[in-house]
Every structure is written in structure tokens, then in C-alpha cells.
Design a protein around this ligand. Structure first.
Ligand code: 5RP
Length: 233
């Protein structure tokens, strides 16, 4: 028996989408990669949302059978709304995945995590043979850290320890991310806090150096991942 839910009928992306036309273009391109029977890892953010919508249209029109593995609660709800069956990384390996990014450098290193979902997004990229990273041209930078800080997900009681240890990596500033639609800090889907950390220089070793701090769950730095393909407008 199916739920009869007004909540799902009215659930929608909750903010204006910056560079919507450009994002629509790359989202449609990625939707064209879908084949019958695919298990697809679904990234988070507005570009991933648009790709999922485009995929849902193909699924309906072409009667495709696919499964999705969402990287966030938001994408889980959009999959349910689109009637795309959902599975998990514990059950299936994705055939391929798609996601967005906040910055991409010439070597395809990434900053991700404006949406705070970088922990599951990183798991998905590691699990997938191929992940398509969809970006509009505003995301392509000569060097990482120009427009976005590095988000770092931190176990709550470790926040002071991580702040102190982070100083050894010479950040230019460290901020606790605060929420919209709630008072106080953003709480991630894993029950953690997010530090937004600005660096003047992001060497290739920084992802591992941040991860080595006890209390850090994950960062939004993706350095040297060979299994990603950049799709831009
Ligand atoms: C979420 C992400 C997003 O993919 C990234 O922030 C890009 O978002 P958008 O597609 O809305 O520009 O990493 O955690």
C-alpha cells in the first residue's frame, strides 16, 4: 500500500538556484547517461537536484527501471517524490554517480560541502567506478580556496580540540557554520558540527592532514580522485 502524502507532493527545492540555466544544461547532459537497470549514486546540492529531476522525467517517459543511492536526506526525499526506488551503499555498489562541487581546479581537485553532505558524498565517490561532477563555469578556479572555505565536519565534543589542532595547518580563518531555519550551529545529518576553514594555500596533502586530526569526521576537500569526470557548461 502506498502513502497518500501532501507533504511529498509539495516538497520542493527551498532556495533560488544560482546560474540555473547553466546548471540545467549540465544536469540534462548527465541525465542522458542513464541506462536501463543502472544503480546510481545521487549527490547533493541544487545541480544534483536538477539532474535527478531530469532523470525522473526519463524514467517516466521511457519506463526505465533504475535504483538510486542518495547522499542526503534531501535527495532521499526527492527520490521518493520522483518514485525512484532507493537502495543503500550497504546493499549495492553504484554503477556510477553524479554530484556537484563548489570549486574545481585545473587538476580536478574539488571543494564540496556547501550543503554539508560531504561525508556521504565522499563515500559515494569512493564506492563508484565513475562520478560525474557537474559544474557551471563559475565553479572553475585557478586554485582552490578562492571563493569557498573548506568545510570540515567535526564530532561536537571535539570542536575545541579540532579548532586548536587546525591552527597547525595555518588557516586564515575558522568559522562555525550557523543554520538557516534553526538557531545556532548547523547540525549535520550525522549529528555533527561544521567548521568552515579558509586557507590561503591548499597543498595536495591538506585533505589527509585535516583528516588526521582526531574529532574530524570528514572534510570537503577532494584531492587527486582519479575516478571523477568534470561535466561543465
Ligand atoms: C553539497 C555539495 C554540492 O554538490 C555543492 O555544494 C554544489 O552545490 P550546488 O549544485 O547547489 O551549486 O557538495 O554538500
Amino acid at each position: 500500500m502506498k502513502w497518500n502524502s501532501r507533504l511529498m507532493e509539495t516538497w520542493e527545492w527551498n532556495a533560488p538556484i544560482v546560474n540555473e540555466k547553466q546548471k540545467q544544461k549540465v544536469a540534462s547532459r548527465v541525465a542522458s547517461f542513464v541506462k536501463e537497470g543502472d544503480v546510481i549514486g545521487v549527490g547533493s546540492g541544487s545541480t544534483s537536484y536538477m539532474a535527478l529531476q531530469a532523470i525522473a522525467r526519463r524514467v517516466k517517459e521511457e519506463h526505465l527501471n533504475i535504483q538510486a543511492i542518495p547522499t542526503s536526506q534531501e535527495m532521499m526525499l526527492f527520490c521518493i517524490q520522483a518514485e525512484i526506488p532507493v537502495t543503500t551503499l550497504e546493499v549495492q555498489i553504484p554503477d556510477w554517480s553524479f554530484d556537484g562541487a563548489d570549486e574545481v581546479d585545473p587538476d580536478h581537485n574539488l571543494i564540496k560541502g556547501r550543503g554539508g553532505a560531504m561525508f556521504k558524498e565522499k563515500l559515494m565517490i569512493l564506492a563508484s567506478p565513475r562520478t560525474y561532477i557537474m559544474v557551471d563555469r563559475s565553479k572553475i578556479v585557478s586554485t582552490l580556496g578562492l571563493n569557498f572555505p573548506v568545510p570540515v565536519e567535526v564530532f561536537p565534543s571535539a570542536i575545541r580540540v579540532v579548532e586548536r589542532e587546525m591552527e597547525y595547518l595555518s588557516p586564515s580563518s575558522v568559522h562555525l557554520r550557523t543554520g538557516n531555519g534553526k538557531d545556532g550551529p548547523v547540525i549535520t545529518e550525522n549529528g555533527n558540527l561544521i567548521l568552515d576553514v579558509w586557507f590561503r594555500d591548499i597543498p595536495i596533502s591538506l585533505e589527509k592532514d585535516i583528516k588526521a586530526i582526531p574529532g574530524v569526521v570528514e572534510s570537503g576537500l577532494f584531492m587527486g580522485y582519479k575516478n571523477i569526470g568534470i561535466v561543465h557548461d
